[in-house]
Design a protein around this ligand. Sequence first.
Ligand code: PMT
Length: 404
Amino acid sequence: MTGKTIVLGIGGGIAAYKVADLASKLTQQGADVHAVLTESATRFIAPLTFTALTHNPAQVDLWPHETEASKSAGMPHIALADKADLILIAPASADLIARLAGGFANDLLTTLVTATRAPIALAPAMNPTMLARPATQRNLAQLQSDGFHIIQPDEGRMACEHVGSGRLPETPELIAQLEKILFPNRDLEGKRVLITAGPTRENLDPVRFISNRSSGKMGYALAEEARSRGARVTLVSGPTSLATPQGAERINVQSALEMRDATIVAFENCDILIACAAPADFRAANQATQKIKRGDSQIMHLELVANPDIVRECGTRKRPNQIVVGFAAETHNVEAEARRKMLEKNLDAIIANDVTREGAGFDSNSNAATFYSRSHQTEWPLMPKTTLASKIWDEVARLPTAKN
Ligand code: PMT
């Protein structure tokens, strides 16, 4: 971090106290750290704490003549905006997120954000219901498409005693995210990457379908990471509520048959496929064209037929210079099952996750997994899916193609 100027924009939230630790660690690592607090943030933590930890005057006011500290800084919003290598806004409250999404510049922090050319990371932290609010999600999606780096919140118990998503990640995770932005890895530059993500829906009739709990988060994190490393990314996605990673081409599908068709076409022109989707293994043998009536029946028999195994088909078609990586969602015999799938589907590697583990697998923000290739294995503990995506790409980028 030596030589890097980092602005910490602190919003009004109880997690503001955690940013004091971050300010201290970044300063110890050699960064020139400047804290800018919103008025609300000062209710949770004193600016003096940051002044003491960073050895730079913490600032709150937009008007430089009003405080002693800002007198020396000239026009603080312009001076800091020009100087910053990175701005991290943490905790980003719902109100601050809304103001940023709206382009407001009505305090020092939002003015500084408006005036900077530096990359901006934003770590939302708030009560889970506030975070899930459509307006907050809409604003976050807007900021993401405006180029902000959104750091996913952790799940767990909040200060308000609610449990859910909305905790500010711990200092090491925040520093890992900042490092990714400050020192971007371009090892996938020029590579064409294909990711499948999310569930499929197998219609039974016009209103009912069979599906599973996949949210698409793991696959989207892989797509996002591949983009940031310079890859051209195609995302074949089942139904999810997630925003498309910036710069990725997204092909929406519903059923496993549609996913198969889209994947096989895109596979022709890709260098690396990671099949993270959870396509249904079966579909209805006969799809009713009208809503199935309940009638008097107490038992309903469904006849199912097998869907194509998409990644197996890609493994069979694979050219010597292509890499195919699968996932294995397991509940038991994890290693044996993963290795069996890797061999039977002709995969170069497979990432096994035990989906019965608390906080891992389907629809959580975190995951724990083991990477198996033909030559070695690497185990990863529970961590945010965004961090795991980076570790997965570190391994996949090192895989030899048959051509090499
Ligand atoms: O989406 P999230 O909520 O973030 O959850 C992530 C995840 C749990 C879905 C992900 O980490 C994961 O494990 N994805 C694979 C799910 C799966 O279908 O696993 P499987 O063991 O049944 O399949 C093995 C491989 O075959 C997978 O690469 C799968 O994409 C592929 N497959 C499966 C069935 C099928 N018809 N065609 C396939 O290509």
